[in-house]
Design a protein around this ligand. Structure first.
Ligand code: UD1
Length: 308
């Protein structure tokens, strides 16, 4: 298989690249290195099955040329910051929605076998139905969520109009090694683990009883590979979470055990626009793709902290 990964030098993309290289496939990473890092691909710098192309998904001619000859396209590139999408919706639209259209059009032109897309639980917004299944109402509350939903809609259209098999994986709260902790809007686990390791206090926005569905990055890779392997012809979407709720207070308790030290926690007022609760119903993912998470949240945290 020839595998093409947009955003392949980023957090999740680099893990997908790593797993396919371990299985001796040829992998092309396409990344503009705005947030992706060469360091994330350190495990493979001497592997001649890895090709790295520096390029932007907004650059259609370059992207289209780079995609030629690949079977499987994993589209992970995006501006992942919700806040950035609120501050600058046109710029993020060009990347997050326009970029997806460029990927799909390139895949159509070169008759790729399948396109698998990193969608997001952000498409659900603050609609109260829980847990979220694939038929739960979609109501994005940020340009980021809207861009992801527009992208998913284009995936469906490209399969219906042009016959390209497409899959949208709606990621819940992904965590693991190589997640960048540097922005205040980085994933909470990357922030907490980095600060605890450095003996710095952590801030909880709200009472800490808000919960999320945290899923370890290697299980997200598993979901991507299962989606790639399934003999599907049309469009499918799947919610991708661990399938259980973990509150921030639960998380801090686990981290306290793992680090075996007291953690200094400051409780502050809730973050504006925060959703209180989010959890995935993994039924479709497990029934149709045979997904079974291999890492509990605690096991994922243990592996993450070992890597830091
Ligand atoms: C996540 C995604 C976002 C997506 C949303 C959709 C990340 C980084 N963000 O946001 O792209 O739109 O899911 O469901 O994956 N918190 C603290 N202290 C901190 C940092 C965060 O208390 O230092 C809190 C937040 O206020 C929030 C919770 O931790 O209540 C989780 O925050 P975060 O990791 O940013 O994820 P989401 O808000 O779920």
């Amino acid at each position: 298989m020839k595998v093409f990964i947009t955003g392949g030098a980023g957090f999740i993309g680099s893990h997908i690249a790593e797993e396919y290289l371990l299985k001796d496939h040829n992998v092309t990473v396409y990344d503009n290195f705005s947030t992706g890092k060469m360091d994330n691909l350190q495990f493979a710098t001497t592997n001649d099955r890895l090709k790295i192309t520096e390029g932007d998904i907004r650059d259609y001619p370059l992207l289209e040329q780079a995609i030629a000859g690949h079977d499987l396209i994993f589209h992970q590139a995006a501006i992942a910051s919700v806040q950035q999408s609120i501050d600058n919706p046109r710029a993020t639209f060009e990347v997050n929605a326009g970029g997806t259209l460029n990927v799909l059009e390139s895949a159509r032109k070169h008759k790729a076998k399948k396109v698998i897309f990193a969608c997001s639980a952000a498409i659900f917004g603050d609609h109260p139905e829980l847990p979220k299944s694939e038929v739960s109402p979609v109501k994005p509350i940020s340009p980021y969520g809207a861009d992801k939903y527009i992208s998913e809609t284009y995936l469906r259209l490209y399969s219906e109009l042009y016959g390209i098999p497409t899959v949208a994986l709606r990621y819940f709260n992904v965590f693991g090694p190589r997640q960048d902790p540097s922005s205040p809007y980085s994933g909470v686990i990357s922030i907490f683990t980095t600060r605890i390791k450095a003996n710095q206090p952590v801030t909880v926005f709200g009472d800490g009883d808000q919960y999320r569905d945290f899923i370890f990055v290697k299980d997200v890779v598993q979901a991507n590979m299962l989606a790639a392997e399934k003999n599907s012809t049309g469009f499918e979407n799947y919610n991708v979470g661990y399938g259980k709720a973990t509150s921030l207070n639960d998380l801090l308790e686990m981290l306290k055990q793992i680090y075996d030290k007291e953690i200094s926690v400051k409780y502050d007022k809730p973050r504006q626009g925060d959703i209180r609760e989010s959890v995935s119903n993994n039924r479709k993912l497990s029934d149709e793709l045979g997904f079974l998470p291999r890492f509990t949240v605690k096991e994922g945290l243990e592996e993450l902290t070992r890597s830091l």
